[in-house]
Design a protein around this ligand. Structure first.
Ligand code: KIV
Ligand code: NA
Length: 263
């Protein structure tokens, strides 16, 4: 295997921070591939690529389609594909069937699913049968209807033990890493110290073993970004400027020119 492997990522616990971004698209994934240890084909693609209000409506086939695009567009990074809502919660058997379908059809190296202690049995079932699993706890967007929206976790210290138990459960079940989303820094620090697998933070502070962001958010393509996003790019205005100049050129017949014409 020429790509980064699951054991290579797992070994980075407590070492050099793990770099990750999401990608859903072959050409951008090719750029991210030069810098990221792993690339997540996140179900956030439902919102970012397809304009959905949440990730709840994302179908399995859509994850597979974008997963294939990202695998084809990359060489080096480990590719992790999100299992969408409704494809793994019901039973370990159903989870295995759908995770195997994702791996076989996309060629990805691992899947990710949301949930802590309640998903431990399923994580164990998948890992024992050859499917590496990244877990995802803290703020879990697929449960936003139960939680009443996207809420930062751990503001009340009484809730910490449940989050710690979730992280320990996925570690013991055999997950190779866990995404900690939207939680206060001292809780993320505590979890990172207590478990044996790398924690990948998104809105969970610098205390984690690695970081992930949604690529479009950090590129400045999303009209609104949450507090935890650092916006490194300015692609929204750059795209608008290009589209506006193209439209002007077409109307004024300044495009196409001699350079773009077959003679
Ligand atoms: O779907 C996604 O993009 C994710 C990351 C934010 C971790 O799950
Ligand atoms: Na996700």
């Amino acid at each position: 295997i020429r790509r980064n492997t699951v054991p290579q990522i797992a070994k980075r616990k407590g070492g050099e921070p793990i770099v990750s971004l999401t990608s859903y698209h072959a050409h951008t994934a090719g750029i991210v591939d030069r810098y990221a240890d792993f690339i997540l084909v996140g179900d956030s693609l439902g919102m970012v690529m397809h304009g959905m209000d949440s990730t709840v409506g994302v179908p399995l086939d859509l994850m597979i389609m974008h997963g294939k695009a990202v695998v084809r567009g990359t060489k080096k990074a480990l590719i992790v594909v999100d299992m969408p809502f409704g494809t793994y919660e019901e039973s370990p058997q159903i989870a295995f069937r759908n995770a195997a379908k994702i791996m076989k059809e996309t060629g990805c190296g691992a899947v990710k699913l949301e949930g802590g202690a309640r998903m431990a049995e399923t994580i164990h079932f998948l890992v024992e049968r050859g499917i590496p699993v990244m877990a995802h706890t803290g703020l879990t967007p697929q449960s936003s209807h139960v939680m009443g929206g996207f809420k930062t976790q751990g503001r009340d210290e009484d809730t910490w033990q449940a989050h710690i138990d979730d992280a320990k459960a996925v570690d013991e079940a055999g997950a190779f890493a866990v995404v900690l989303e939207g939680m206060v820094e001292p809780l993320a620090a505590k979890i990172t110290k207590l478990i044996s697998i790398p924690t990948i933070g998104i809105g969970a502070s610098v205390e984690c073993d690695g970081q992930i962001l949604v690529l479009e958010d950090m590129l400045g393509l999303n009209p609104w970004t949450p507090k935890f996003v650092k916006v490194y790019g300015d692609l929204g205005p750059a795209i608008e400027d290009s589209v506006r100049r193209y439209a002007e050129d077409v109307k004024s017949r300044a495009f196409p020119t001699e350079d773009e014409v077959y003679r």
